[in-house]
Structures are given as C-alpha cells and as structure tokens.
Design a protein around this ligand. Structure first.
Ligand SMILES: [Zn+2]
Length: 466
C-alpha cells in the first residue's frame, strides 16, 4: 500500500456569551510537533500513514474569542495545511463551543476552510467534546465524527482513538463513511446531564449497543453548550455510518431517548443558593462547588460571593481554591493588604482583606485571613486534582470546608466521598437556566420553553433525510 499522508490539529475552548472576559492568544496553549503526536497517541505509522502535526490550541474556557485572534489562528492553520500538499486525511480535534462576535458558526467556518484546501476526496475525521454544537455546515464538511461519552470527561484519549480508527479504516478500505445528525431542542448544563447518573448513564451506555448495528460506526449524543445564547445552540444526535437509512434510524433513536428523558435531567448534587450552601455546612470535612463561577465551563473565576458569606458568618478552617486575580497576587507580593473579587467585570463583591500570613507557590499566593485560607491564582484555573493541592503544600485534612469553583465535582474530589453541595451562585455559567438571558436561541428550546411536541429530523448536512 502506498504511503498515505494525514494532518492533525485544531482548536478547543468553550465560550460563555455571559462572560465579559474575551479570549485571545494569551489564554491559549499551543501543542505542536511531538507534543501533539503524544496527545493523540495513535500508531499511524503501523498503518503506513505519515502524519503531520499542525497545532492544537487549547484554553481554559472563558468568554468569546476575540475575532482577530480567531481569524488569525484559523488562517495560520489553513496556511500550514496548504503547505503540506496533497493529503489523504485530516484528523481535527475540536471542542465545538467557540463563540466569536459576528461569526454564527466558528467551528463550521474552520472545518469548511479545511475542506476547501484538502478537496472532496480527502477524509476528514473529527473529535468533539459532547458539550459542543453541531451544524449543517460542520456535518456537510466531515466524513467521520466522534465525541466524548463521559462527563466529567474521562474518555478524551479514547475519543481521539475512535476518530483516529475511523480515519485509518476509511483510508485502508477506501470507503468513505457518512455523518448524519438530528438537532434536539433541549439545552441543559453538564451538571444536569452527567453520564455517571441517570438518565444519561443509560443513554450513553446505549450508544455502545447502537454501534454494534450493521453499518453503524460511531453513535453520539451531543449535550451542547448551554451558556452561549446563540442560534446554533442545541443538543443533537450525530451518527457516523456507511448506510444512510440505518444511520437515520439510529439518529432518531438517540434523539428520542434524550428528548423523552428531559424531565429527569437534574443535578444529583444537593444544591441551593449561597445562603443555603452556608447553612448546609456540616462539622466534618465537606465541599461547596461555586458553580456559577466555574472556570472550566466559562466562568470568570474571580467572584467572591461565597468568600464574603463565609467571612461574615465567621466560619473558620475553610480553604478557597482558588480565586483568580493577578492584581491581588501582585498586592500580596508587596504586603499583606489585598483586594479580591469583581475585578474582571463579571460581578460579585470586591473585598478588601488583610492577610495574617502568605506564601507563594506555583503562580499562586496562599493567604491566611481570619483562619481561612485563600488561594489567589495569578491566572484562571481549576482545582480538580488532589495533586493541585499537594503542589501548593495544602493538606485538605486541615480544613472543615473546601470551596472550589466547579460544577459537578471532578473524579478526584468525588473520590473523597465527603458531603458536597452545589451552590447555585451567580456568574457567567449560572445554573439557574430559566433566569439567564435568552435572546438568540431557537424557540422553542426546553427548558427555556416548556413544550411536548418534537418531530425528529435527520440531515446529512445538505439534505433532510426524514
Ligand atoms: Zn465538556
């Protein structure tokens, strides 16, 4: 078999349209060369495939991407792709929830530009986050699609592998698959659709069974991204298949399964407003998730609402990990007085505090104020892993309460098996969906509007199949 040539790369982030924090190059990390090959970790060489890594730019979710940065990055990607000459395949690693002012479908535009360069014979296989958006433009320009099947996401590598295998198989067998999709007018948060609890646990289990059907290669349920008030925002079923009739049936099955379970989509964490969260604190170690300001969903990450409540109630032995503020970090480098909260324009109180003690570690200032510990981070970041605390020399056993900026708890924090409470706090990723601004989403979309009638439509990106 003659050597085949493929390229790999893409861009990944989530953009809350409720966040004032625009993203640009300073927010993105760019994986290139061997680092990108290591990320995909697939033995393309064994199949006689030569792989050219372009780049994969990734950020902690935030607000919209500045349009100049998006266009510049896309143009750079396309120029590199063009410089590679004729390609047999492309593996695109995307998220699917980018928002750019003035661009209705950023991923669609990116993927369409890739198709324009590589031509119609090239196989384009795509990997998405299940919190991504699908559109006709995306589907029309790709040949294979796979998305995560877990949230919290623990199958990222496996999803890259599924997309890679589809690409290799298509090249090896000279058979081009087809991608079909069905929008589902339903948008909820990741917390309401965790794949580790019902109803999504069973639905995602079902995808593996649907994959076993003749002519079905990869079945997906996209939850979509709820904090972008855009026309394209929707859940969807997406199926890679070799037969449109069977693929269409499977799209309809997935769409109906999800739609029929809409009333059961609820967070399984105990939850309530910030006051209820404070009242709920038990004597022994527990966790509060400040969900409205969760940076990994697009939250601003510097809101001090819960910190203010904890200080006013004089609750001690509390660890806040962490609150983002470069200015507070710089103030603490100079002395003990610092101001924190509300400085990114995302709302919430601004508190003037005095640290009794402070030390610095790994781009964080760890300040002790009135017997509570506040991790002031130079940059927006999550605290999802137990190693994040170890790196800062913080021992969770020394605290009664841990406050993290998170929605559902990460597998590491869940593993602590302690009482936890999801504070339905204000912010750019507010979980109180019925009360968030809703001007651009298609109507009707559940739960923004209550309705029962939904007829599944299946499309191959250019034609409606049913
Ligand atoms: Zn996600």
């Amino acid at each position: 078999m003659a050597i085949k040539k493929i390229a790999i790369g893409g861009i990944s982030t989530e953009c809350s349209t409720y966040s004032p924090l625009y993203q640009n190059e300073s927010d993105f990390v760019s994986l290139q060369g061997q680092d990108l090959l290591d990320l995909i970790d697939f033995p393309f060489d064994d199949y006689g495939i030569k792989i050219s890594p372009i780049f994969f730019n990734k950020s902690v979710p935030g607000g919209p991407i500045e349009s100049w940065y998006f266009r510049e990055t896309k143009d750079k990607f396309i120029a590199k792709l063009e410089s590679l000459g004729t390609l047999d395949g492309v593996l695109l690693i995307m998220h699917g929830a980018i928002f750019v002012d003035g661009i209705d479908d950023p991923e669609g535009e990116w993927i369409e530009a890739v198709r324009d360069v590589v031509g119609k014979d090239c196989i384009i296989s795509v990997s998405f986050d299940l919190h991504g958006q699908m559109t006709d433009k995306i589907v029309n320009n790709i040949d294979a699609f796979s998305a995560y099947r877990t949230a919290p996401h623990i199958d990222v590598e496996d999803t890259y592998r599924r997309a890679s295998i589809m690409l290799v198989d298509a090249l090896k067998n000279n058979q081009r698959p087809t991608v079909l999709w069905s929008p589902i007018p339903l948008l909820v948060s990741g917390e309401m659709s965790s794949t580790f609890v019902e109803p999504c646990k069973s639905i995602y289990k079902n995808l593996e069974l649907l994959d076993q059907r003749q002519d079905i290669i990869d079945s997906n349920l996209m939850i979509g991204y709820v904090w972008a008030d855009t026309q394209r925002a929707t859940a969807s079923a997406v199926v890679t298949c070799t037969n449109k009739k069977t693929g269409s049936e499977v799209c309809q099955i997935i769409a109906k399964l999800y739609w029929d379970s809409r009333q059961q989509l609820k967070s399984n964490m105990q939850s309530g407003n910030v006051s209820a969260a404070i009242i709920s604190i038990p004597k022994n170690f527990s966790i509060i998730a400040d969900s409205g300001d969760n940076p990994t969903a697009g939250g601003v990450g510097d809101r001090a609402d819960i910190l203010e409540a904890v200080l006013s109630k004089k609750i001690e032995h509390v660890l806040f990990a962490g609150i983002a503020s470069e200015s507070a970090y710089n103030e603490l480098q100079k002395g003990n007085k610092f101001n924190i909260g509300g400085s990114f324009g995302g709302g919430g109180p601004n508190l003037e505090l005095n640290a009794d003690e402070v030390y610095f570690e790994n781009q964080c200032a760890i300040a002790r104020v009135q017997n509570i510990t506040i991790v002031v981070c130079k940059r927006r970041r999550p605290f999802h892993y137990l190693s994040d605390f170890n790196e800062l020399r913080l021992k969770l056993k020394n605290y009664r309460l841990l406050v993290v900026k998170s929605g559902y708890l990460s597998p590491d924090l869940q593993g602590l098996s302690c009482p936890s409470f999801m504070a339905l706090s204000s912010g750019a990723v507010n979980q109180d969906l019925k009360n968030i601004e809703n001007r651009h989403r298609k109507r009707p979309t559940f739960p923004f509007q209550e309705f029962d009638e939904f007829v599944v439509e299946v499309s191959d990106g250019s034609n409606l199949l049913s």
